[in-house]
Design a protein around this ligand. Structure first.
Ligand code: ADP
Ligand code: MG
Length: 501
């Protein structure tokens, strides 16, 4: 490209021509200077808001907000035109003010002394004494001429304008004691107030972001915004949980390929910081479904495997009609699924649910049944089953958090199952469910195995489990069972083909 073209097209148009006489006019220069000094750069909203920070255009949201702001401003202009047309010459006029979008910052036509309309709207001094200086800039005649720059008038006006400072600023009763504030003092007060407001806004923003968006990196945020842009989600509301390995957000569902998405969904964002996943490698690299792919992948892609694994496991569970979230969409390391809960309130974890003894007993039998279904129908072991990963919703126990779930033939699958059984037995026994079986009996009931329970001796029981696992593995090796494409087996929504990043 030629040197004067920019990525946005050719060079900016030349500034509007003006006569040499105007350029040379000292009078004009001084006047302009004065006007600018009263309220610096009021005509530029961005400059007014953030004089010391360039506007941030790095994210889609920011761009969208900027476009929205532009749109709102145009809307307001249109409204103003309509208001004018509506009122015509009528003595009684109707104000459309409350319908305006852009509020305090729209003052593109304000000049030095014509304050922004936030000021004019509630100017008590003006309301009492409607002796505004007319457009020509002065009142009176001859010696008694009062210009708009008159010190006394201006001073009183400035005092009155302090009422428009943020409500937390205590301005006192300046009007009552006829205080006259010079432009200089007024301006520095105003600047101070604005910077205070900005500071508190920034603090606020930080607080909000720290609970929600700050939990994810910019890449992830972009992916999330893209889902909103594509209409899959209507809105992303806030964070339900931040764990070591994932962050869960609540969102309003939109539609996906003309299919409605559930009204309420969650986004489970698998954390792309790898540390926490390192010690979970064994859940995936020994899972023959993922084994071959695992060894070829870079760490970022391994994180995506976790999301993918959760999707496939949920798919199997849905088929067996186990109460669990329904998968909506998988995009890289973000899994969108139905929300278990109502009206933005997530269902409580079993550990937090207030259950009476009847409900508890009921819940126990549900868990037993679900564990059997999971093992026998889905060919899965949850591998992180506890009162933390079961939700109580509409009288049912819902299973969640199955990214680490494996098939029973996983080299450590039965050990994981044993641990699940221990968590479940311990929880229900502690809560006083007398029907709750021992860990060993539960294990046998889930697997249909009949490992003898020797005097509550865990070591013996474990030895038996490990021996079983070994035999399983030998068997698999003899048959030469290889990885196979999980997509065709498990169904579920198609994976997003994505370019390598
Ligand atoms: P982690 O691996 O971080 O434990 P989970 O899948 O267990 O991830 O989700 C963390 C928390 O988020 C859960 O304890 C639960 O409170 C909430 N949560 C997760 N999925 C859902 C869902 N589909 N509906 C409602 N709440 C959910
Ligand atoms: Mg969990």
């Amino acid at each position: 490209p030629s040197p004067c073209t920019t990525p946005w097209g050719s060079a900016a148009p030349a500034a509007p021509a003006c006569s040499l006489a105007e350029v040379m006019s000292e009078q004009l220069a001084k006047q302009l200077d004065e006007e600018n000094a009263v309220f610096p750069a009021l005509s530029d909203p961005a400059a007014e808001l953030l004089p010391d920070e360039a506007p941030d255009t790095t994210s889609d949201l920011m761009l969208a907000q900027m476009l929205q702001m532009q749109f709102d401003r145009e809307f307001d202009d249109q409204l103003r035109r309509e208001e004018k047309k509506f009122n015509g010459d009528s003595k009684v006029s109707i104000s459309f003010e409350n319908y305006r979008m852009v509020h305090p910052y729209d003052d593109s036509d304000s000049s030095g002394d014509e304050v922004d309309w936030q000021d004019t709207r509630h100017d008590p001094y003006r309301a009492d004494k409607p002796q505004t200086t007319p457009r020509k800039g002065f009142t009176g005649k001859g010696k008694n001429i009062t210009t708009k720059h008159d010190e006394v008038t201006c001073g009183r006006k400035n005092t009155a304008r302090m009422d428009n400072f943020a409500p937390e600023v205590h301005v006192g009763d300046g009007l009552g004691m006829d205080l006259k504030l010079s432009n200089q003092v007024f301006n520095s007060l105003k600047r101070h107030c604005y910077s205070e407001q900005r500071r508190s806004a920034r603090l606020h923003e930080k607080k909000e972001h720290s609970t929600a968006e700050q939990a994810v990196d910019p890449r992830t945020r972009l992916l999330m915004y893209k889902m909103v842009n594509a209409g899959v989600l209507e809105n992303i509301n806030g964070c339900i949980s931040t764990g070591k390995e994932s962050v869960v957000f609540h969102a309003d569902g939109g539609s996906l390929e003309e299919q409605p998405v559930p009204d309420e969904v969650v986004l489970k964002v698998f954390k792309t910081t790898l540390n926490e996943f390192k010690n979970r490698d064994r859940y995936i690299k020994d899972d023959y479904r993922f084994k071959d792919r695992f060894s070829k992948l870079n760490p970022r892609k391994i994180i995506r495997l976790w999301a993918e694994k959760e999707m496939h496991n949920l798919g199997r569970m849905k088929k067996a009609e186990i109460p669990c979230p329904e998968v909506v969409l998988l995009k890289k390391h973000i899994l969108v699924m139905s929300f278990i809960g109502k009206d933005h309130v997530p269902a409580p974890k079993l550990k937090d649910a207030m259950l009476n003894s009847e409900d508890l007993k009921n819940a126990y039998y549900q868990v037993l049944h679900v564990m059997q279904q999971l093992y026998q129908e889905c060919n899965l072991v949850h591998a992180d089953l506890s009162e933390y990963n079961m939700l109580w919703h509409e009288g049912k126990v819902w299973l969640i958090d199955v990214s680490q779930s494996v098939e029973p033939t996983h080299p450590h699958g039965l050990e994981f199952l044993f641990r699940d059984c221990r968590n479940v037995s311990t929880f229900f026994q502690k809560r006083g469910v007398s029907e709750a079986m021992s860990t060993y009996d539960l294990f046998n009931a889930v697997t249909g195995l009949n490992i003898p329970v020797g005097a509550e001796d865990e070591a013996e029981f474990m030895a038996e489990i490990v021996a079983l696992e070994k035999r399983n593995e030998d068997h698999i090796q003899k048959r030469g069972k290889k990885t196979f494409p999980v997509t065709s087996e498990d169904g579920g929504p198609p994976l997003e083909p994505d370019a390598d990043d």
